[in-house]
Design a protein around this ligand. Structure first.
Ligand code: MYR
Length: 281
C-alpha cells in the first residue's frame, strides 16, 4: 500500500521539508480586489505583508475549489493507493469540505480527509508525522489513529495586535458581544470545537507571553518530550528571542520557528504571535 500526504498551504511547512517528505500542497489564495495570489506559488509572505501596508484595499481569502483538489488527487492516483489529506479547521474554512467532496469523486485512490481542527504549524505537526509514517509503510487507518491521538495532546494559543481583522473576516466566534471590550485588551485566543474563541482577557502583550509560557510549562512538566512551535506575523526577532529563552528553560521541549503566511495573516493582521505544542507519547 503506497500512501501519500496532501495538505494545504496554511500549514506553512518549509519547502525543503515538503520535498524531503514528499508532501503535496493545495494552495489557498489571497485576493486584493480582482488580483488573486496563490500562497506558496504567487506571493511570498514578505511580499504579502508589504502589499498590505501599501494597498488601499484590505485582502480577502479563498479556499481551493473542489476541482483544484480533485486535480491534485487525480495526479496522485497514478502513483499511490491512498491519500491522507490534512487541512485547516473546518470551523474557519471550507477547504476540508472541498477535500471530502473531491475524495468522493476521484477514482483509483482512497482518500482519507483529515480535519486538523487548527491551522499553521500545529497542522504542520500532523502533516509531518503522517508523512513520516507513510514513508515507513504504515497503513493509512493507523496513521489516522495516530493523528487522533496527537489531537488529544495538541495545544495552541495566540494573540493579535489588532482584533478587528479577525472580527472583519468573521472568524472570531463566541465573542461578538465582547468584541468592543476585547479591542481594548490583548485577548489570548485558541480553538474550541474547531472555531477561534477568546481564551482569556489579558491586558498587555507581556502578560500574554507569560501566560502562554505558563500553559506550556503545565504540559512540559508532565511529559518527557514535547514538540513546540513559535509562530509569528513579521515579528521574527521577537519570536527568535522568545524561542531562545524558552529553549534554555525547557530542555525537554524541541522548538521550531514558523510564521503566519498570507492567508492566515489576512485574518490575524501583522504582529500576531502564537505558541503551539504537543506531548510526544
Ligand atoms: C478561507 O478563506 O477559507 C481561509 C480562512 C482562514 C481563516 C484563518 C483564521 C485565523 C486562524 C489562526 C490560526 C492560528 C493557529 C495557531
Amino acid at each position: 500500500m503506497k500512501t501519500v500526504v496532501v495538505t494545504d498551504s496554511t500549514a506553512y511547512i518549509p519547502e525543503e521539508r515538503l520535498k524531503e517528505m514528499k508532501i503535496h500542497v493545495v494552495p489557498l489564495s489571497v485576493n486584493f480586489g480582482q488580483e488573486t495570489y496563490r500562497e506558496l506559488y504567487d506571493i511570498t509572505t514578505k511580499e504579502f505583508y508589504d502589499k498590505v501596508r501599501t494597498s488601499d484595499e484590505l485582502p480577502k481569502t479563498s479556499q481551493p475549489s473542489i476541482g483544484e483538489v480533485l486535480n491534485k488527487y487525480e495526479e496522485l492516483s497514478n502513483e499511490y493507493d491512498a491519500i491522507i489529506s490534512i487541512h485547516l479547521s473546518s470551523g474557519i474554512s471550507g477547504t476540508y469540505q472541498a477535500a471530502v467532496s473531491a475524495g468522493q469523486s476521484v477514482d483509483g485512490v482512497r482518500v482519507y480527509p483529515y480535519d486538523s481542527e487548527i491551522s499553521c504549524m500545529a497542522q504542520g505537526f500532523y502533516v509531518l508525522r503522517a508523512a513520516e509514517m507513510a514513508q515507513q509503510g504504515v497503513a493509512p487507518e493507523d496513521i489516522v489513529k495516530e493523528l487522533d491521538e496527537m489531537k488529544e495532546n495538541m495545544r495552541a494559543y495566540f494573540m493579535v495586535d489588532d482584533l478587528s481583522h479577525l472580527a472583519r473576516g468573521g472568524r472570531l466566534s463566541g465573542a461578538q458581544a465582547m468584541v468592543g471590550s476585547l479591542l481594548q485588551v490583548k485577548p489570548l485566543l485558541h480553538f474550541e470545537d474547531k472555531k477561534i474563541v477568546p481564551f482569556e482577557k489579558i491586558r498587555t502583550s507581556k502578560k500574554a507571553f507569560k501566560r502562554m509560557e505558563q500553559l506550556l510549562n503545565e504540559s512540559a512538566s508532565q511529559s518527557e518530550k514535547v514538540k513546540a512551535c513559535i509562530i509569528h506575523a513579521e515579528r521574527e526577532e521577537i519570536a527568535q528571542k522568545w524561542k531562545e529563552e524558552l529553549e534554555e528553560k525547557y530542555p525537554n521541549v524541541e522548538f521550531v520557528l514558523s510564521y503566519f503566511g498570507p492567508v492566515i495573516g489576512t485574518h490575524l493582521g501583522e504582529g500576531g504571535i502564537g505558541l503551539c505544542w504537543y506531548k510526544v507519547s
